[in-house]
Design a protein around this ligand. Structure first.
Ligand code: ARG
Length: 567
């Protein structure tokens, strides 16, 4: 008895379609109240009766072998017939693709701006958030019937390249770059040195401006140095992406849009949206209570916002985007509001197409980061540290495990990724490696460990399953067991939670669901001996373990975390 079937039996009694009824159904926090509930508040207006009266009347009129309906104040509570629920779920629903991949997106094409680190700068923890939240959103949307396009909008343009070229020519050395294990560290050192020296010798700033001007006008030496920085940085970034298991459909730097901004400025001018302000060109956003959007500086150069306008138009026209998502830190909220608003002024059909998906700051063990002073946590170092700690735990827990190195890599990185994704994305996160690696906490390793446990049960059951399945039909009466029912119910929630995560662009909904599921599974595992009992009981329990295993495996993969069969 899934929600749509429940809604179907309610539909003849209510003035709204069954899809809407299904969306109104809730899960009461406490099993004693019922397994599913219909809050009747919203119905009161259309039905011109109090919610409690509606609930009472519905309870009297409903009669169905799959459930019992009872009114409790403004709620209509359903107590499901658990054995038949279990049968429908385990023999029916979970064997169908539509359960695991509910089609909510109707094939809409979503272009996701994600990761987007800055060239010649460190790939820090903030970019990890954009990368992994973006990756999870992309996978979740892909699984729910959207077409996704992952775009890495590399920060490869701007006045800082003038500074970097100046610094590189004065203090840099190709040998140091070539022998470095992480060139972004050398670039950062140059960047910091530039700022230190420029405080003493302000003329360095003029030199930097001159180098950027040369770069903008296509000077050969400037272009060569700049391209080298992009190439070297990308090598470093690609190492990280490989470890994180993240791929992109397009890696297009901001510079790609240099020749596409003129047209945008032209259309803004034609529509009379461009105004002069102290020598610069801006679009006024007074009516929307926002500061003006600066597009062309007084020296004629474009800025970040100009490039984002050209980028959005390119994504819509050339990449066929129906929806444009920007997975970027919350500190850029105003920038995106301005850019989106300018697009809407340009053409009303932009309304509702673009969406900033912000996330909070991440601190590592209380440490904040600032690039200028060079106090930065490099993601690579964080991953290495997590993997080395994971290696120690695995060595202590399971010294005979095969392929320990690969397992440590998967567990260490999974811990960092899950430690990020389990948090509501807009919140700031203070990250502790010790916490995220705790195998008994609300962590990635805990989920990986639980998944490995399901695999080990299924392996042990091996031949027995086949025999038992041939010998006896599953004993669904076990659905009433106090450790079985919560697990069954949670498994049945998989599609709903996945759709919620997709609709709110919120991977933490899926992450927290997986924790609940793993906890319910482990309680079941500790209290109900899976491989005991007669054949019929075993068949039932194994089909339950199989479904739980499948849900955890799929969920982890949607979060970009590797599921290991042995741990
Ligand atoms: N490179 C920028 C940064 O690190 C993020 C770019 C986000 N994407 C965009 N289309 N503006 O802050």
């Amino acid at each position: 008895m899934n929600n749509l079937l429940l809604a179907e039996s309610l539909a003849p009694l209510l003035p709204i379609p069954k899809e809407e009824i299904a969306a109104m159904l809730e899960y009461p926090p406490n099993d004693a109240l019922g397994d599913v509930a219909l809050p009747c508040f919203v119905l009161a207006r259309t039905m011109k009766q109090s919610p409690a009266v509606i609930a009472q009347q519905l309870a009297e009129r409903l009669s169905h072998p799959g459930f019992r309906a009872e009114a409790a104040g403004p709620y209509l509570n359903f107590k499901l017939n658990r054995p038949s629920f279990a049968e429908e779920l385990l023999l029916g629903a979970v064997t169908e693709d539509g359960f695991w991949r509910p089609n909510a997106g109707e094939g809409k094409r979503v272009v996701i701006d994600m990761s987007s680190p800055n060239v010649a700068k460190p790939f820090g923890i903030g970019h990890l958030r954009s990368t992994m939240i973006g990756n999870a959103i992309s996978r979740i949307l892909g699984e729910t019937g959207h077409e996704t396009v992952n775009v890495n909008h590399l920060g490869d343009w701007g006045t800082q390249f003038g500074k970097m070229i100046t610094a590189y020519l004065k203090w840099g050395s190709p040998d140091v770059m070539a022998s470095s294990d992480n060139v972004t560290k050398e670039y950062l050192a140059l960047y910091v040195k530039f700022h230190e020296e420029a405080e003493k010798r302000p003329e360095l700033e003029d030199e930097a401006r001159e180098w950027f001007r040369k770069l903008e006008s296509g000077d050969a030496q400037a272009t060569k140095l700049w391209q080298e920085m992009i190439g070297e940085s990308l090598k470093q970034f690609n190492k990280l992406y490989a470890r994180l298991g993240v791929t992109f459909d397009h890696v297009l730097g901001e510079s790609f849009y240099n020749d596409k901004m003129g047209a945008v400025i032209e259309s803004l001018r034609e529509q009379g949206l461009l105004e002069e302000s102290e020598g610069a060109l801006v679009v006024r956003l007074d009516e929307e209570g926002m500061p003006p959007c600066l597009l062309v500086k007084s020296d004629g150069t474009s800025i970040y916002a100009t490039r984002d306008l050209a980028t959005a138009i390119y994504r819509r026209e050339q990449m066929d985007a129906d929806i444009l998502l920007y997975v970027v830190g919350g500190e850029q909220a105003l920038h995106f509001q301005q850019v989106f608003r300018v697009l809407e002024k340009l053409d009303a059909s932009w309304q509702g197409r673009c969406r900033h998906i912000p996330f909070g700051l991440m601190m590592m063990e209380g440490q904040k980061m600032s690039t200028r002073r060079g106090k930065v946590l490099f993601l690579e170092d964080v991953l290495n540290e997590a993997v080395s700690r994971a290696r120690e735990v695995i060595e202590a827990k399971n010294p005979t495990l095969a392929d320990k190195e690969a397992v440590a890599e998967a567990v260490g990185i999974g811990a960092v990724v899950f430690g990020d994704l389990k948090n509501t994305r807009t919140l700031d996160v203070d990250f502790s490696l010790k916490e995220v690696l705790n195998f008994d906490g609300e962590t990635g390793p805990y989920l990986q460990y639980t998944y490995a446990r399901t695999c080990s049960i299924l392996r042990k059951a091996g031949a027995a399953i086949g025999q038992a399945e041939g010998a006896a039909p599953a004993y669904f009466e076990l659905a009433d067991n106090e450790y079985v029912w919560p697990l069954l119910k949670l498994i049945s929630h998989y599609p709903t939670r996945l759709q919620q995560a997709a609709a709110r662009y919120e991977p933490s909904i899926l992450a927290r669901y997986l924790l609940e599921l793993a906890q319910a599974f482990n309680r079941f595992y500790h209290h109900v001996k899976v491989l005991d009992g007669g054949a019929a009981e075993q068949v039932f329990k194994l089909s339950l373990v199989r479904a739980a295993s499948e849900a955890i495996r799929k969920g982890l993969s949607l979060l970009g975390i590797r599921a290991l069969e042995e741990l």
